[in-house]
Design a protein around this ligand. Structure first.
Ligand code: C5P
Length: 219
């Protein structure tokens, strides 16, 4: 049989949410299901690629043949990506990384009704590192970096801004809200590259994964 088209290629993918601990028992996170990243991993594997999947907590089975690196926080995810990025040919950031994390994680469970405290107002949030932008800056010639942009409006404009600001070669921009995007099986995307934008119809994330890999081949 002929070798598969991506045989010998190394693909690094981030997927799922990150979770950011508040105290010993609580965290902040988001609704990301990981479906898009896992679909990308499956699609790359079926083209013969070697896949490393850096995944936040999701309830999806590990794609057969992938190296799965389970992580919790954005900083863990960054560390795992820094480890694998240099040997990767393609980096795809599909994770919904929490933009903010509690500045400190309380060792004990925080107590309600604590004297002098209303709610959790003393929990301060700080910004997480931007994994995609960090990898985009580190990119060497020949490496391809792909990111996502979930937007509620002006998806082309914001997506194109992210292409530049994160030094990406492609941004998969999609409309979120009204049952689109997070947690769903379908996604409607605009593939934004230096050379133009391609609007795709609403399709299953498994098919979108193939369309994204096709576009990477063109780049
Ligand atoms: O800036 P924004 O969060 O909209 O960018 C989305 C893209 O950046 C996605 O590809 C996401 O995986 C990536 N990202 C990241 N690290 C962050 C925030 C976003 O890798 N801290």
């Amino acid at each position: 049989a002929a070798p598969l088209p991506w045989t010998g290629r190394k693909v690094l993918i981030t997927a799922g949410p990150t979770v950011e601990p508040i105290d010993a028992v609580r965290f902040v996170s988001n609704y990301s299901s990981g479906k898009m990243g896992y679909a990308l991993a499956e699609a790359a594997l079926s083209r013969g690629a070697e896949v490393t999947l850096v995944s936040g907590p999701v309830s999806l089975p590990a794609p057969m043949g992938a190296t799965v690196v389970p992580v919790k926080t954005a900083r863990d995810m960054l560390a795992a990506c820094e480890e694998a990025f240099d040997s990767a040919d393609v980096f795809i950031a599909s994770a919904a990384v929490a933009d903010f994390r509690p500045a400190e994680t309380a060792k004990e469970k925080l107590k309600k009704g604590t004297e002098g405290q209303e709610g959790l107002e003393h929990v301060r949030f700080v910004e997480n590192p931007d994994i995609l932008a960090t990898m985009g800056t580190r990119k060497r010639p020949g490496q391809i970096v792909v990111g996502f942009a979930a937007e509620t409006s002006d998806i082309e404009r914001y997506g194109r801004q992210k292409l530049a600001s994160k030094h990406a070669d492609m941004i998969v921009a999609n409309q979120v809200g009204e049952g689109k995007g997070f947690g769903t099986d379908d996604n409607q995307a605009l593939l934004i590259t230096e050379s133009g934008s391609e609007a795709l119809p609403l399709m299953a994330k498994t098919r979108l994964a193939d369309a994204i890999l096709d576009k990477i081949e063109q780049i």
